[in-house]
Design a protein around this ligand. Structure first.
Ligand code: KIV
Ligand code: ZN
Length: 538
């Protein structure tokens, strides 16, 4: 175990033997250990259940692109669609079957011949085809939806599996709404479909009603009551209506399930399906707890997540586990300091393991000195203590008004604080004519080598007019890249401080200016950037 009772996060389980090994060696040891554990098959249904999200419909080309990425990710089964649902979906599943190699390709079918014919037509060219048949099994589904009694539904299930078996060796059977199905009846169906030839039996929590203890118990009891399950793949398929899809899947794995059905980003009908990336990383991070592994190449997770989000047009919430934009971002000073000293203080996984290049230290007003120093070092600045203090003060000042301080902002701060600029032009005076019924005009006077130079220009607003006027006087055109204005003192006569970044020629220069008049502060900042460009060209 690692610190604070956590199992070894990125490390092999028995730390005492491995204490002197490098990280890479420890990681290899861990993988070796994983490979001796029980394999959990990953059945990805992003292209079928995931695609049932309103507005997320994929065309054939998009399905192929995602299926190819899923193959790279290393999923065991791709459920590519529901071929009987539309001719377009049949064509898309067929194309995936023809073009994607590696995983089993499954097509979904209701327990009727027509659906099964379409599913076979769609998957027959796959390297490893599977027909996935489903039928409701709970009383509410039988009575309200199918209007059948238990016995006739049981016969229908058996007949459907036999029919599918005529086409395909690999047939999966799903007892839809299993978690709300009478247990004795569920056992009878499972036993009967296995006898009819089902190679995989799937137990769905179709409406996301189950809770983990109960769902794990259901899987354990099924295994105890149906001995034929010993030679059959036992799958689970959990929905997230109560936010428990992943927890229920994990409880099922602990109790003997060896296939999980899931989707990328947890996308799917209503509140979605169990999230593939969460299940995979739980098994990886808490391996000792489950003694089970998947064959997923976790470094492909992030890329797959981005692709699915983009093609399905479904954004990923920032705090989504594993793949959200904040999943590995540290913004509080205390956390940043800890992570910079040793990442395991606040990171239980390495972002690189899921394909994110590095954890993001986000510089905000709450960041501490350690994080600022670290980022400055990364940018190549090696500062004396007094220089760092000046940068830190200005950083706090800017961070108060900006949500995040990026690398470009930091470079500006350093440039402004640490480089004294010789004044090729000195600011003398400014006049503005502006109003809501006229084109704003500015007249600026600058001093060069003791001589006053005055010019005038129009602009889209008073600040724009002043900038245009300065460009005319200095004979260089600047393109404003960033502009930030702040009151640095309180009250009506507050001092305004403007910070700009201006592209001049092929470089970008920072500038700062202060004045009780915000337009003058802006003009002074703009001139300051120009003076830097002159200093640079001397
Ligand atoms: O949620 C469900 O029950 C399903 C089945 C078709 C497996 O999606
Ligand atoms: Zn489902």
């Amino acid at each position: 175990m690692g610190l604070a009772g956590l199992p070894d996060l990125h490390d092999a389980p028995d730390e005492s033997d491995l204490i002197d090994l490098t990280f890479q060696e420890r990681f290899r040891e861990k993988r070796k250990d994983e490979n001796m554990s029980r394999k959990i098959h990953v059945f990805d249904t992003t292209l079928r259940d995931g695609e049932q999200v309103p507005g997320a419909k994929l065309n054939k080309r998009q399905k192929i692109e995602i299926a190819q990425q899923l193959a790279k990710l290393g999923v065991d089964v791709i459920e590519a669609g529901f071929p009987c649902s539309s001719p377009g979906d049949l064509r898309a599943v067929k194309a995936v079957s023809e073009q994607v190699r590696g995983p089993i390709i499954a097509g979904l079918a209701r327990a009727v011949d027509l659906d099964i014919d379409a599913a076979w037509e769609a998957v027959r060219e796959a390297e490893r085809p599977r027909i996935h048949v489903f039928l409701g099994s709970s009383d509410v589904h039988l009575q309200k939806k199918l209007r059948q009694d238990r016995e006739s539904a049981l016969q229908m299930a058996v007949a459907a599996v036999r029919y599918a078996k005529r086409y395909c060796e690999d047939v999966e059977y799903s007892t839809e709404d299993a978690s709300r199905t009478d247990f004795e009846y569920l056992c009878r169906i499972v036993d009967a479909v296995i006898r009819a030839g089902a190679t995989v039996v799937n137990i769905p929590d179709t409406v996301g009603y189950a809770v983990p203890e109960e769902f794990g118990d259901l899987i354990r009891r099924l295994k105890e009551h149906v001995p034929a399950l010993d030679k059959t793949t036992l799958s689970v398929h959990c929905h997230n209506d109560l936010g428990l899809a992943v927890s229920n899947s994990m409880a099922a794995i602990r109790n003997g399930a060896n296939q999980v059905e899931c989707t990328i980003n947890g996308t799917g009908e209503r509140a979605g399906n169990a999230s593939l990336e969460e299940i995979v990383m739980i098994l990886r991070t808490r391996h000792a707890m489950y003694d089970a592994h998947t064959d997923i190449r976790s470094e492909e997770i992030y890329r797959t997540s981005r692709m699915v989000s983009r093609l399905m047009n479904v954004p990923v919430q920032p705090n989504k586990a594993i793949v959200g934009s904040n999943a590995f971002a540290h913004s509080s000073g205390v956390h940043q300091d800890g992570v910079l000293k040793d990442r395991s203080t606040y990171e239980i996984m390495k972002p690189e393991d899921v394909g994110i290049r590095q954890s993001r230290i986000v510089l905000t007003a709450r960041s501490g000195r350690a994080a600022l120093k670290h980022r400055l070092n990364d940018l190549g600045y090696n500062l004396e203590p007094d220089q760092f203090e000046r940068i830190h003060n200005r950083f706090l000042n800017v961070a108060d008004r900006k949500k995040e301080i990026g690398s470009e902002d930091l470079k500006s701060i350093v440039e402004i604080e640490l480089t004294k600029v010789p004044e090729t032009y000195t600011f003398h005076s400014l006049q503005i004519m502006s109003g809501n019924t006229m084109v704003p005009l500015a007249s600026v006077t600058l001093i060069k080598e003791g001589e006053e130079v005055t010019d005038a220009a129009a602009g889209n607003g008073p600040v724009d007019a002043a900038f245009a006027c300065i460009d005319r006087i200095v004979g260089r055109t600047g393109i404003l890249r960033d502009y930030d204005l702040k009151a640095v003192t309180m009250g009506k006569d507050a001092l305004g401080e403007a910070m700009v970044r201006v592209e001049i020629g092929d470089a970008v220069y920072s500038g700062i200016g202060t004045s009780p008049d915000v337009i003058e502060a802006s003009a002074r900042a703009y001139l300051n950037a120009h003076n830097r460009s002159f200093a640079n060209s001397h």
